[in-house]
Design a protein around this ligand. Structure first.
Ligand code: C5P
Length: 399
């Protein structure tokens, strides 16, 4: 799929810049045309001569070539590309991209690019997990960029952890798969529910849960990247809507139920990822409940089961998927939910898996189909899990 694809390879000042040489070679071997744009600090790690010899193109770094005065048009370059790939991407370049600080050729080209953009971070473990970097990556994701999560392992700093740039072959595979699958969901209307629900006790208190919405948002983004028309019905979360996704904000399970059941008849594929509260207070107090000396009992009533309601409404041709978070008897419980809610498949999250949790960036899932087929996946980033789920739907239901 990379044959004749025009790819801008953005290289920044990381020790992983040496891997960009292999990356350029891998992309070229697979038929791509590669134009390197390198930041000034990137040149401290790898020489432009190596890269230009390999790509058969002059490497672009500055806005002007010093001796000839030739101007390099970031606009033309941005329009030329079928994809832009920033690998390795340092914390600094990620911050500049997220905030539009266009003080070098690479970030300026990024802002001019109309093509999909892939970012492969490479940095020290502590820099990678710093809230600033997390926020900048979330911002880039919300603008529709594809983040290629770094791998775990030994880092140049001597520390161990997440931060190693993904291997060149794997990055090339991701681009390959992207070109293969872009547009494969064109014309498909998808609904995803995500996040927690808040059930009001009084004007300032609620019953909620720790769901961050990351899994559902990643699924919505993955569908949108493949051309689907996506509606994201979202409980209260701090994430921004992925690019190209229509987001409908709700607070309670009842509100989510109303939106989801109204949307479902015009939906081809629904993925129920929200952590819906099972109960709501029987009554919401009009004013703030005052502290008393006695204990207090809150009476709860069950919320509607949204997935089960859609399961009853489902017509032939519609696909309905759910999630199950289980702590014991996992497969049997998940299968039971699949039947009870009339789902086409269910994604099982196990509470026994350390590292796969509410709010985290990783997840370990098992996909169980109606016919009983089981696909157990290793621990992956939530965006990779989202890609796997969307690919599963494509393979099982669209081909
Ligand atoms: O029954 P349980 O809550 O474990 O089922 C989980 C699945 O059902 C998830 O897909 C979740 O989004 C969905 N669900 C729902 N409405 C509820 C409860 C769960 O859509 N009230």
């Amino acid at each position: 799929m990379l044959e004749n694809r025009k790819i801008i390879l953005g290289i920044t000042g990381s020790i992983a810049a040496y891997k960009a040489v292999y990356l350029a070679r891998t992309l070229i071997k697979r038929g791509a045309e590669v134009q390197v744009v390198i930041t000034p600090s990137g040149k401290e790690f790898i020489t432009p001569v190596t890269l230009s010899s390999l790509t058969q193109k002059p490497v672009i770094s500055e806005f002007f070539t010093a001796n000839t005065g030739e101007w390099h048009s970031h606009v033309d370059l941005g329009l030329w590309a079928d994809a832009m790939l920033v690998a390795p991407a340092t914390a600094s370049t990620i911050a500049k991209m997220a905030n539009g600080i266009a003080d070098n050729m690479l970030v300026t080209t990024y802002l001019s690019a109309r093509s999909p953009v892939f970012v492969a971070p490479a940095m020290d473990f502590d820099m990678y997990r710093h809230p600033t970097t997390r926020r900048n990556l979330d911002l880039l994701r919300s603008y529709g960029n594809h983040i290629i999560e770094p791998a775990e392992g030994a880092l140049a700093s001597g520390l161990e952890g997440k931060g190693r740039m993904e291997e060149p072959e794997k990055i090339a595979d991701i681009l390959d798969r992207f070109f293969d699958e872009s547009g494969s969901f064109a014309g498909k209307r998808v609904m995803v529910t995500a996040g927690p629900t808040y059930e009001k006790i009084d004007p300032v208190r609620f019953i909620g849960n720790y769901s961050s919405g990351k899994m559902g948002y990643a699924i919505a983004a993955a569908f949108a990247a493949r051309g689907a028309d996506v509606t994201l019905v979202s409980g209260p979360v701090t994430l921004s809507a992925p690019a190209g996704v229509k987001r409908v904000d709700v607070e309670s399970a009842r509100e989510m139920y109303n939106v989801a059941t109204a949307c479902f008849p015009d939906t081809d594929i629904a993925v129920m990822c929200a952590a819906v509260a099972d109960f709501a207070p029987a009554q919401t107090a009009v004013s703030k409940i005052k502290r008393g000396t006695d204990g207090m009992t809150l009476q709860l009533v069950p919320n509607p089961d949204i997935a089960a309601a859609l399961g009853k409404m489902k017509k032939p041709g519609q696909i309905l998927a759910g999630f199950a978070l289980e702590s014991d008897n996992e497969e049997a419980n998940a299968r039971h939910k699949l039947e009870k809610k009339n789902l086409d498949f269910i994604v099982l999250n196990s509470l026994a898996d350390k590292g796969a949790c509410f709010g985290g960036d990783n997840n370990k899932v098992t996909v169980i189909s109606r016919s009983g087929d089981i696909k157990a996946c290793p621990m992956k980033s939530k965006s990779e899990v989202a890609e796997d789920i969307v690919t599963y739907i494509s393979e099982m239901f669209l081909k």
